[in-house]
Design a protein around this ligand. Structure first.
Ligand SMILES: NC(=O)c1ccc[n+]([C@@H]2O[C@H](COP(=O)([O-])OP(=O)(O)OC[C@H]3O[C@@H](n4cnc5c(N)ncnc54)[C@H](OP(=O)(O)O)[C@@H]3O)[C@@H](O)[C@H]2O)c1
Length: 280
């Protein structure tokens, strides 16, 4: 049986796609800079060896589909995949991002059987990525106020991706996937604090203070520019509605944020700080 290639195999969604495919006894080839053969978005000569002879591929771009050059890279990768015999491509995309939609267009024009999983912000950004460290320290400060975001669970994204990779009936579908309810960042932090049994604060800051903080923390300019774009453009209210992509793809509702927060807290995502022993 030819393998399915999972790009971003060690990332938040890719790791979960790999676990699910293995549980189904589907052969998997990891798409990672440390895999053999390696896959590196910045080294196009690695693409064909990583894709050769696979039946399908999960395409998670890095760093972000809003980054300059992403549509060109996704389009070129789709061409290489078809040359390598890959028949089915499932792209992880971002909701409400004009740039991400240009990558989707490149995929759709490629001639492959495609499915797009167009996602809202992940729950796991709070437990496995950028927002975790500040939460561990007790306060998350971001340039986002009253706007609601329907955070979606990476487990749901992986379930949708695996359905599209392994079942018939998903080709040509754009699944816009969100969680079941809108939360502000303050709401999300409050729910995490309750689940973790900790006093956690959310503070809204200005975009310039945010940018200065990123610079002080040594975040590279291109990454800081992306974050600035995401907080100003993508969080301007355009995405403040839930959609039915998970239900449509899987026939079940998406996981609620409170269930995510409880499970991640129980798994040790936000442990209480260790109290220093009393001085003698
Ligand atoms: N986070 C969100 O809320 C969100 C929402 C919507 C859409 N998205 C989309 O999801 C995608 C993934 O974003 P993410 O932030 O969640 O990251 P992620 O899936 O957690 O990905 C991190 C992985 O990317 C891999 N990687 C890094 N540089 C690479 C390179 N040059 N070539 C190949 N692989 C590389 C690394 O794997 P190795 O070290 O193993 O190579 C790393 O494990 C982006 O395209 C983004 O637009 C994210």
């Amino acid at each position: 049986m030819p393998p399915i290639v999972v790009l971003g195999a060690s990332g938040k969604t890719g790791r979960r796609v790999v676990e699910r495919l293995r549980a189904l006894d589907v052969p998997v080839r990891l798409g990672s800079r440390s895999a053999r053969p390696p896959f590196d978005w910045n080294a196009p000569h690695t693409w064909a060896p990583a894709l050769e002879g696979a039946s399908a591929a999960y395409v998670s771009y890095f760093p972000d589909l809003a980054a300059p050059g992403a549509p060109e890279a996704v389009g070129a990768l789709a061409g290489v995949a078809i040359e390598a015999g890959v028949e089915r491509l499932v792209l992880l995309s971002g909701r409400g991002e004009e740039e991400a939609q240009r990558s989707e267009d490149a995929l759709m024009r490629s001639g492959a059987a495609w499915t797009v999983v167009r996602s809202s912000w992940f729950n796991q950004n709070f437990s496995e990525a950028h927002f975790r460290e500040p939460l561990l320290a007790g306060e998350l400060a971001l340039p986002a106020g009253d706007v609601g975001e329907p955070f979606v669970d990476a487990d749901d994204i992986a379930d949708v991706a695996v359905a599209a990779l392994t079942e018939e009936g998903h080709a040509g579908e754009v699944y816009e996937v969100t969680g079941p309810r809108l939360l502000t960042f303050a709401d999300a932090v409050e729910e995490i604090g309750r689940a973790a049994g900790r006093a956690l604060a959310y503070t809204r800051i200005g975009i310039d203070d945010f940018a200065n903080g990123l610079a002080r923390a040594g975040v590279p300019d291109d990454e800081a520019g992306l974050l600035r774009y995401l907080f100003t453009e993508v969080l301007d209210g355009r995405n403040a509605r839930v959609t039915d992509g998970v239900q449509r793809a899987l026939g079940r509702p998406p996981r609620d944020f409170s269930e995510f927060a409880r499970a991640a807290a129980a798994g040790g995502a936000w442990p209480r700080p260790v109290q220093p022993p009393d001085a003698p």
